[in-house]
Design a protein around this ligand. Sequence first.
Ligand SMILES: CC(C)(O)[C@@H](O)C(=O)O
Ligand SMILES: [Mg+2]
Length: 555
Amino acid sequence: MISDQIKKGPERAPHRSLLKAIGYTDNQIKKPLIGVVNSFNEIVPGHVHLQQISRAVKDGILAAGGTPVEFNTIAVCDGISMGHTGMKYSLASRELIADSVECMARAHCFDGLVFIPSCDKIVPGMLMAAARLNLPSIFVSGGPMLSLTSDEGKAMDLNSVFEAVGAYMAGNMEEDRLSYFEDNACPGCGSCSGMFTANSMNCLCEALGIALSGNGTIPAVYAHRLRQAKATGERILSLVKENITALDILNEKAFYNAFTVDMALGCSTNSMLHLAAIANEAGVPFDLKKVNEISAKTPNLCHLAPAGHHHMQDLYQAGGVYAVMSELNKKGLLELDANTIYGVAMGEAIKGAKVLDPNVIRPVQTPYSETGGIAVLFGSIAPNGAVVKRSAVAKEMLTHKGPARVFDSEEEAIAAIYAGKITAGDVVVIRYEGPSGGPGMREMLSPTSAIAGMGLDKQVALITDGRFSGATRGAAIGHISPEAARGGPIAYIKEGDLVSIDIPHYRIDLEISEEEMAKRRKDMQVKPPREVSGYIKRYAGMVSSADKGAVLQSE
Ligand SMILES: CC(C)(O)[C@@H](O)C(=O)O
Ligand SMILES: [Mg+2]
């Protein structure tokens, strides 16, 4: 046992003494020590109930003959940090989570780990740690929030409130209506209820084979979630016994399945950053061009919010992620011999799964589209790529040409949008918001929701070296690489330049000549880094480009 290093032989009497000081008995110390990596706190609705999930996980571990040892990580709420400098700390928190789990697991010699994430950055941060540590590992999330139906019969979620702000600011909504959404859109604990980033990543844990079926979709408040947590706690003991470690599962086939399921589900654009970062930790090659190859042949089967009106509870009732996979399998789109935490191959694991509601999970013969939810665009604005959730783009905007309206920060852009200075046809450019330049690559739900809430989403595009929320809809093209702060072409766009977007052909171009661009590179200065301090300053210096997952690199 790995934990023998802290508990076996006379030399380890002091260590056992300390374990006894915690209350562990000799009998408990002899058993496999299972780290329960919790991310409970009292500021994130997706995490506020994780003590209950953790209790259930620990019950499962105890029942299966292990000794659970809980420790915590931080967790940021992207919704609460949205629209101000707080958002600069969200993506950056992912690396802290990975690093802190590494420190805890290595220092205390756990035999296996159960990870309990929930919201956006905690899932990938923990997956990165799992890959890095390569211990027997399994994931169980806190589960999605429920979605209530409004008095107008519309399913609500966090984005309903963000878009209501847009409508209110445009003078199209009364204050009491805004309050109605504020009071009803987020009814209780769980990760926000659309196919936003948290739920995307928790669903992808199933596709990766690192979580039990249902991990992504069972609502936070259902007892099924607690049973799932117990089953997860029991399962880790089998993984320890059989020595199935994280990298037995997180290999090339697992990532192939994850990208494929991502396209079918219509996951958040942030999944491109996170899968790249996790693949990097797992030593699996990642190339954004490959993503397009998968997207080109994978039908989009689901239109959950923001692409449509379904929510996670609908996907749960429709059969969940495995039902989606069973549809994809009919077209031979999966790597069936990928490993799973069940100890059987994925093909075996999904046997028996079927679609229970074809309105929520379309049959593979009649998809929403023949191609996947996400497209990677390349072109003179984004030589190394840009990402768009094409399943949530209005048809009218799939191709668009319009004048650039250039802003060097999210704040400047939002002020112009609220002041009514953005009009039909415009391409809003928000730059110096990349991983290094931001720093922290802010997620821009306020501007995209304001545009949508003002009814301009069929006429206005928004492009940025920052990123978007999973709740963002419209022609919102992010992750433009290289970023402005590192001299990417986006730094040289001028007000009024024509920007050409062609999503079906995977292109994003600036309509100026190469000579003109060369001239601008000579004449125009890239802005100096923003004045920041502390962790985010270190982060700004070390972070890689978005197309590489915005991971920290030491050189
Ligand atoms: C606040 C949200 C909905 O979590 C957003 O940050 C996302 O990425 O989906
Ligand atoms: Mg987010």
